[in-house]
Structures are given as C-alpha cells and as structure tokens.
Design a protein around this ligand. Structure first.
Ligand SMILES: NC(=O)N[C@@H](CC(=O)O)C(=O)O
Ligand SMILES: [Zn+2]
Ligand SMILES: [Zn+2]
Length: 470
C-alpha cells in the first residue's frame, strides 16, 4: 500500500505540463503514471487544479543557531522553509560560535538534528582555520563558506593571502568553495570617501558594482590557477554576469565543464535601488540593492544558463535592529519562505519559463552541492518525495504576518506570490492548509562528500601518523 497517492495533478515532463498521478512509498517516488486507480493508500491527496513540482533546495540560509536565536533558530527557520515549498537547506557558518572546527560543527549538528523539520546540510566556515578544513570535510560539511572576501554579518572576512591558502586546501580535499565576492579594500576606501553621505542609497554606493566585479575577477583568476571547484554566492551585478558568461563560454568552447556555479537571490532579482526610500535599512544587505541594468542582466543570466540557481541568502535580523540608521543596522533580509512563491509569480508574469524555474530551484542546486547523489532535486522515480503542490492561480500578496521566520518582517511586503498548498519531504506532509504538520527534528542531516565513517577516520589518522614518522 502506498504511503501517499497524489491524484489529479499535473507535472512538468517531456517539455510540457502533463496530467499525472504519483505514488510515494518509503519516502521515495515509487511510480509516476496516469491512471493507477488505487483503492487503498494511507493518504490520498486530490490535487485538482494544482501542479506538483520538486520542492525547492535553498543552498544559502542563515538559520542563526547557535548563538543568535532571537533572530531565528533551526525550528523556526525550517518551518519558514517548509511553508514556502522548500524541503532542503544548506546553512551558513557565521553563527556564534562560527562553524569553524569540530566542536562548533558538532554543536550545530546536534541542534539542527533536534529541531529542523527539513533536510539540511551544514557548511564549514573559513577563517584563519586552514588546518581545520580537513577535519570539517571529514565530518560531513556540504561545502566551505560562504567565504567572506569582504566584511558582512559575523565579521568572518579573510584577507587575500588566507583566501588563496584556503582555496588551495579546499582543492586538495576535493571539496567545494562557496564565495561571497566583494572587494574589502575598495569598500574601506569608499567608506572613508562617503563618510558624510547620509542618503538611503549610501549602502549601494559603498559597495558599488565595481566592488563585486573586482572580487569576482580575482576569485575567477584563483579558481582557474588552482583548478578548485567553486560557487559564487548572491551575484548581483551586470559586470559579474558578464564575467561569468565569458568564462562559461570559454569553458564550453574548449569542451570543458566550468569549474564554478553561481546563484542569484530573489531580492536582487525583484528589488532595486528604487526601493531604498521605502525599505530604508530593511533593504540593507550584502551585496546591496542594484539598479535596473543589473536586474535585467540577472534575469537574462538566469534565463540563458549563465546563472545556475536561485538561493535566498535568508539572513533574518530583528525589526528593532533594522529600524536604525542605514549605517548602523545589520545587513541581511529574510527570504527562505518567499523564494519559491516569488519565483512562481515570476513564471506567471513570463519573467522565466516554468521549466527553467524548476531547474534553478531544484535540479541545479542539487547537482552543484552533491545532493543529487543523496536522492534530492528531481521529480522522478527513485528520488526522494520532496515535493510542493501549488495552484498557480493562487496569486496573493506577501504579508509578513503569514510568514514563519522569527524576523517578523519581509522586504517583499505586498508583492505577488504563489504559496504552496502542500510541501512534502521524503513523503511526509510538512505543510498543508496553512499549517505546519511536522515534528521538530524529523529533518535529516545530508552528509557532504568528504564524510568518513569512524573506522575510516581512524585508519586515515594512522596512515597520516605513519607518513609523519617517516
Ligand atoms: N547577506 C547579508 O547581508 N548578510 C548575511 C551574510 C552574508 O551573506 O553576507 C547575514 O548573515 O546576515
Ligand atoms: Zn554573503
Ligand atoms: Zn549569506
């Protein structure tokens, strides 16, 4: 008997929307067909008028635990994800303490295992801790970073020398480096120059397009020099899209797979410098809001394959912290719950095709972070039944009151969105009828590619001791 039988739905298959039924057993998609006529099942979902899509994978969230649980914790963050159609997240290391060694990793893992309702990966932080990266990789971090080339929340930014050393070590491990690319030297200089600027746009001026472009350029050079696999977080500028397009073109011309992937956030796609006055410090994030030329380039880049995926950079801060002068408020905006709903609304508005939307929110993030090997990212027999069921006609304005993040506000207030009717993770309904339906701690830890068993670990240590005694 199937665990769940979804009937009267449509799925995107063979380049079009097709009527379908889905049978889920033991958390996996067991069968996809047209007319199973199942008579008994633990649960039947009649999805008349609705689409069933792969649930979103958000490779960039800051769930703030340990250490900043007033802003968010693993339960509230993961509920926010589930209510927005996201069933997998990857958490960033700028918590307190930062996730930079075994102890802090294990502390976070335990908290996440006890509280998360969605499956999760944990990234390893990169500071001066080069000698700790191997251990973090063996413990199962998904990737390294975001590696901060410039100051952002948590103050984990590193200098050029450490950055190169870190990338070299990550290459040695065969791991993935994820990069927050902004030029810290340029930012510091501009901070001096603009010290009397009291405009709302100050934050966009102090981290201008050139600030991202310069860092992306030097990161691309290092990636190529060291041949390390990398991923650019939250690209936001026309210039960066141009550089990435060129590099990808050159790789293709030479019949090579590009060494890197990149993401864009919904706030860089759907908000702009025009929103400064309305949002004030609620629109402050790194990299900052951009002008209309960059937005056009990001949309084009997302459509033509230059940009690989959308990620939220969910970075909640309290309303009281944001309700300050632009210079003093912390950077970051919540967004895990509104990512899929905004992207679905964008499909409705013909900003991108449904097929591309599915690709950039599930398959591509899964592939880039090795989650496809763990059954994530595709609505196909044998994959995890991580699904969202949505009625595309349900366009509604985003309201902060409906959201589940502890932040309690959203920069997307009033904007059109399509929220899911159901979110399923491994065949369990997490979200339906506007209610969370899952126990804290049901989320699984998704081990990264370097994870070793205890035995392998000890064996490896013995070998390195032997090597050391030679
Ligand atoms: N994006 C932000 O402005 N802030 C993020 C950190 C980051 O991604 O840079 C945060 O953790 O608050
Ligand atoms: Zn960042
Ligand atoms: Zn971030």
């Amino acid at each position: 008997m199937p665990d769940i039988y979804i009937k009267n739905t449509k799925i995107y298959y063979n380049n079009s929307l097709q009527p379908a039924e889905i049978i889920i057993e033991n958390g996996k998609i067991k069968k996809i067909g047209k007319d199973f006529r199942i008579s008994s099942s633990d649960m039947v979902i009649d999805a008349r008028g609705a689409l069933t899509l792969p649930a979103g994978i958000d490779v960039h969230v800051h769930f703030r635990e340990p250490g900043m649980t007033l802003k968010e914790n693993w339960y509230t963050g993961s509920c926010s994800a589930a209510a927005g159609g996201i069933a997998t997240v990857i958490d960033q290391p700028n918590t307190v303490p930062p996730t930079t060694d075994r102890r802090s990793f294990e502390q976070k893992l335990k908290l996440a295992r006890n509280k998360s309702i969605v499956d999760f990966g944990i990234n390893g932080g990169v500071t001066g801790n080069i000698e700790k990266l191997k251990e973090l990789w063996r413990l199962g971090v998904t990737a390294f970073g975001e590696i901060f080339m410039a100051e952002s929340t948590g103050g984990l930014n590193i200098n050029d020398e450490t950055f190169e050393e870190a990338l070299a070590e990550i290459k040695k491990l065969g791991a993935l480096a994820t990069i927050h690319a902004e030029d810290e030297k340029m930012r510091l200089e501009l901070e001096q120059l603009l010290k009397d600027d009291v405009s709302y746009e100050y934050h966009s001026k102090v981290r201008p397009n050139a600030c991202e472009a310069s860092a992306v350029q030097s990161a691309l050079e290092l990636i190529s020099k060291l041949q390390v696999r990398a991923h650019f977080c939250h690209l936001s500028t026309l210039e960066a899209v141009g550089m990435v397009r060129k590099e990808k073109y050159l790789a293709k011309r030479d019949d090579k797979k590009p060494l890197f992937t990149c993401e864009v956030t919904p706030h860089h796609l759907f908000l702009s410098t025009k929103d400064w006055e309305r949002l004030r410090a609620f629109g402050k994030m790194n990299p900052p809001l951009r002008g209309s030329h960059s937005i056009k380039a990001l949309v084009n880049g997302l459509n033509d394959g230059t940009i690989d995926m959308v990620a939220s950079d969910h970075a909640p801060h309290l309303e009281s912290e944001k309700d300050l002068d632009i210079r003093f408020a912390p950077s970051g905006v919540p967004g895990v719950e509104t990512l899929m709903p905004l992207m679905l609304a964008a499909v409705k508005k013909n900003i991108l095709l449904l097929s591309r939307m599915i690709m950039v929110t599930s398959r591509n993030p899964a592939k880039a972070f090795g989650l496809d090997l763990l059954g994530k990212g595709k609505l196909e027999v044998g994959f995890d039944a991580d699904l969202m069921i949505v009625n595309p006609r349900n366009l509604q304005p985003i309201r902060a009151e409906m959201l589940h993040s502890k932040a309690g506000w959203t920069p997307f207030e009033g904007m059109d969105a399509v929220f899911p009717q159901y979110t399923l993770s491994r065949g369990e309904v997490l979200w339906t009828e506007e209610c969370i339906n899952a126990k804290p701690g049901r989320g699984n830890f998704l081990e990264g590619g370097g994870k070793k068993s205890k035995e392998e670990y000890e064996e490896d240590d013995e070998n390195s001791e032997e090597a050391g005694s030679d």
